[in-house]
Write a protein that binds this ligand. Sequence first.
Ligand SMILES: Nc1ncnc2c1ncn2[C@@H]1O[C@H](COP(=O)(O)OP(=O)(O)OP(=O)(O)O)[C@@H](O)[C@H]1O
Length: 765
Amino acid sequence: MSSLLDAAAGFRSVEWDARPRSVTPGRQRWDVKLVLGRPRTAEVFAAALRRIPGITEARANPVTGGVLVRHDARLRATDVGRIVRRAVTLVAEDPTGAGRPASARPVAAPAPRADRGLVVRPVLAVGGGVAAGIALIKGSALSRQLVAVGGVAAATAAVLRKAWRGTVDASQEAAGPGVERHPLVEIVGPHRRRLCGAVALSIACQASEMALGTLLGWTGLVLIKGQAAPLVRLGLTTASAQLFGLAGLMTAACAAVAGLSYASNLQWRRLGQDIEHDWRNRTYAHVQHLELRHLEGERTTRIAGALTDDVRQMGTFFATSANDLLQLGTSLALLVPLFLLLAPQIAWIAFLPIPVIAWLSFHYQDKVAADYAVSGEYRARLHSQLVNTLEAGATVKSFCTEDYEAERIDRLSGEVQDSSRRTDRSTIRHAEIVRVCTTGSMAGTLLIGGRAVLDGSLPFEVFSPLIGLPQMVMLRMNRLGGIVDQYQRTITAYDRVQRLRALPVETDGTGGPLDAEKARGEIVLDNVTFAYPDRPPALEDLSLTIPAGQITALVGATGSGKTTIAKLLMRFQNADIGSVLLDGRDVRELSRHDLRHAIGFVAQDPFLFDGTVADNIRYGSFGASGEAVVEAAMKAEAHTFVATLPDGYDTVIGERGAALSGGQRQRIALARAILKDAPVVILDEATSAVDNETEAAIQRALRVFAADRTMLIIAHRLSTVRHADRIYVMDKGGVVAEQGTHDELLAQHGLYASLWQLQAGEPAA
Ligand SMILES: Nc1ncnc2c1ncn2[C@@H]1O[C@H](COP(=O)(O)OP(=O)(O)OP(=O)(O)O)[C@@H](O)[C@H]1O
């Protein structure tokens, strides 16, 4: 890290905005304005960060201005923050990275440049060469016009080349090192057949549309000149017959355009939906199997965003923009040769607006991309704030902060409004400039083409049907910037989805299956040390035994590692040192599915789904009968209150069980674990919210339930565990301070005894 820090210290401090968006152990996300709308700077910035020891990954997104930094857990969050800020200062001074020694430059960055010209340079060379060659040989008026066409082609190619560079940057960034196939190919995946069908239909539709335009031109010809030569060749000799013939042909062309347009749009949309559905399912299946530490490390809203917005973006690109691009390409591919063949003298003026509109379109997109990113960010913040405030309704009311919250929403909404206004202004201005260009070119084509017709160098029969066709292309050109924007958004969305899919999933043990029916349930922690990333050890060299068929309790200081023990047992986390054994087998060797099948777990903050009481008790034991559900509810002391609910077990309890009290929620969760009927049951503060009388009843029922199984009870309220066969008293730092039965521990007059006296209201000895 020192090289960058030292180097940065020598530079004048540049006040570039860099703000942390989220900081979790081992990973930070930043908003860095410096990289917004600057792909090259983003590349240099990420490369600069990657060179720093301890930074394992750095990515900068020029579309959103977001920077992701993954780092070694030993690097402190504040140090990483300092590194990011200094990198901003350094790169702001030298955005190209050229000021560094060659050896220090990012290795991967310049490589793609070699391929970029492959597609566009030949167009430039051929277009320019042919035009210049003819001009030199002939030196006629026609050759001058061909030179002009060459100029238009060269200008268009130059504009497209610039845009192509940007998209290549974006796609290479998304594909990452070692990925051979283009992201769009990856996105389409197994839906190539539907893509081919959609492409064929779009091309046919575009050809029909141009045929329709030509027929309209011929109609004008018949009306003005009394006949159209191509129709005479078809045997229609009189003007009236030609008009009837044209009406018939146009009806057929209209029907073909409508039918093909309908079919192609349907195909593209279906393709988009297939892609969205497919990617959502595949990604969700992956997310379901992520290691819990990664799930906890990612923000829920971010994962939900990838599964909804990002996969939708990938589908929408194919449903709309891919179709637009293909139609634009087809119309250009048909029209340019047609003009060059039939009316080369007006081709240059007809197509003159193409490079101008293309340039305007890209320029506009560059400009609004940053605005879109900013307004998207403001919208996301507003959304998140709205959800937070609505969820915190009781807290807001109890602290009388309604006005404060309203002001916050007002401010965020104002920011969204301002940023949207900026984008709207540029959008309208852009549309009007394009309109001026297309109408200007139309006037020019009429003037120059009209003069050519008058001086006899261009037959009116040729000029008339061609006149309206370029407009069709121009109007489509207007969408070019939008298409590129959609492309970049799609690549960024693909990038985010791929990153989610790159997170490691839970691996299974190698020691064969575990038969839950036969499990005895003895649990041993053998010299276990475990630390969460970037934290001191939660458990340190801990050894304890939870005998099979008995009730064991864990009590003690808050944060002393009690829940962590349950997590290690369920393999939500793995011990760093030592091992956790179930019936003498290391849990890491057991299949996670079998292991978790053998354990009934009630978490500290159990989750209830939006559904009926019965659905929630039956969750995970979907085949359980109604009688079994009621029996489990009785054991958990839930039956009495459920019976008083309006629809009994069919009462809908709302999101997270919002329509129940805390104690009622706990009893439903307890009934769920009882119904699972597992040989090992872990209750983590499972009855902390129920009253003493109900808890005593639950304890009685649980003692019967626990008769033939291993039960681990984690609790702060000591009355909950006084009947346990063994109690471990945990102390700070994840160590066992005392152990024994309730009576033995009282007799020790230690930590447990003083806690008991405190809770019983007796003065401490
Ligand atoms: N996901 C996590 N990431 C980082 N640190 C964590 C995480 N979960 C717990 N910790 C830390 O690990 C330590 C032990 O936490 P644990 O939840 O096991 O304690 P506990 O004894 O169950 O506490 P309580 O009685 O308050 O429920 C605490 O210092 C806590 O801050």
